[in-house]
Design a protein around this ligand. Sequence first.
Ligand code: SF4
Length: 444
Amino acid sequence: MNDPLSRSAVLAGAQCVRRLWLEAHATNPTGHPEARRVRRDQGRRVEALAQEKFPGGIAISWGPEAAAQTAAAMADPATQTVYKGVFDTGDIRVRVDIMRRRADGWELVDVRSGLKVKRGNLVDIGLQIAVLGALDIRVVDAHVAHLRRGAKAGAIHPDTHLRVVRVTDRVIPFVIPDTAPWRAVLSLEDEPAIEPGVQCGVPWRCPYLSHCGPSASSPHASPPAGAREAADRGEDWFGRDLLAVVPQGPVHSLDFEAFQPSLPEHPDIVPFDAVPFLWVIRTTGEPLSTSFLGVEPDPRRAFTESLLAALADDLPILVWSDYESKTLGRMAKLFPDLGPAIHDVRERIFDLHAPVRSGFWSAALGGMYSVKAVAGAFDRDFSYRDLAIRNGRDAALLALGIRRGLVSEDVRADLVAYCDRDVVAVQVIHEGLLKVLQAPAQGD
Ligand code: SF4
């Protein structure tokens, strides 16, 4: 007898069997294992808030008897509400956040850490209702409880921080699949050879996109008009406008990391406010980087002051996106006394991303203009593969995890190493552009 497939496995299989296989065999090949623990903790905090909104339920603990305990609780007419009930058809097993008894059946409440109902949520609820239907449990109403946009800073309460949206008429019906072909894929030793395509973004963006590589339908996979001749010759293309604006001479290269706590511990932080906690700077000609890392509930003031001190010269500051400048703009509003110094720093920031995106093309980009992809196009040995943390989302979760005591303090060094690699990527791109600028002179 096969183990039942979980709700997440069924949803992964419905998107793409390669994703199903990857989740079962490789976890997320680009993800940090401890980040998952923090993500689950984030979810549990929102679930606890939703349970306050619908109090008095029976909580089902995860374990081999969970499905039997759920069935027993629901068979008891005295039970009005069940939290985290487990429902098992023998082939598929789902866990439902909240079930509430009604005179004519059951109401399902799906709890989400986001700020709105997404199409994927409606597919997920459709699956849960299909499994419940297979067990003769009638769902007569469905809701999503999600975090409320614009909740104020301060004490967290279900009435101020949660929004409950009725979605009964919007649920996307889910047909329970024949899982035999999926089980055959799961038993493969090697990853199935499924090419990226439209399935990668439907009904949600697949987390394995960077692993599988770009889709041939990516808008940047083909060269733009001005780059076609160079592309035909197998060469990279550099537009004149790009080369004209590249800063020459010594520069700082800078990158920030921030976390966005959905339910902040600090009373002055609004839910989902981006809280910068880490910066790294590298300077032309200097072998070592400088950095600041603060994971206490509100590191914003120390972050900003230390950054201003580190940039107290007049060198241009290279970044990759407008994120750093926008973040500093928010810090200037938060700390008006630092406003003039922040203004001076923002005036020196040069965002390489926009001119590179319109003025550079290489087949090695694979249609992507992330800092990782562009640095990799300039230096084929450049990579994040040796790092414990390889994406900003994990970095943000792990910083939250340190301050909540969920992950080891050793992760601090991994966080700095990740941010530093982003800064090195900016340096690699800048140095690559400078070499192109110098190339004609060398040929004279
Ligand atoms: S990125 Fe696309 S091809 Fe790769 S696992 Fe996800 S859906 Fe499948």
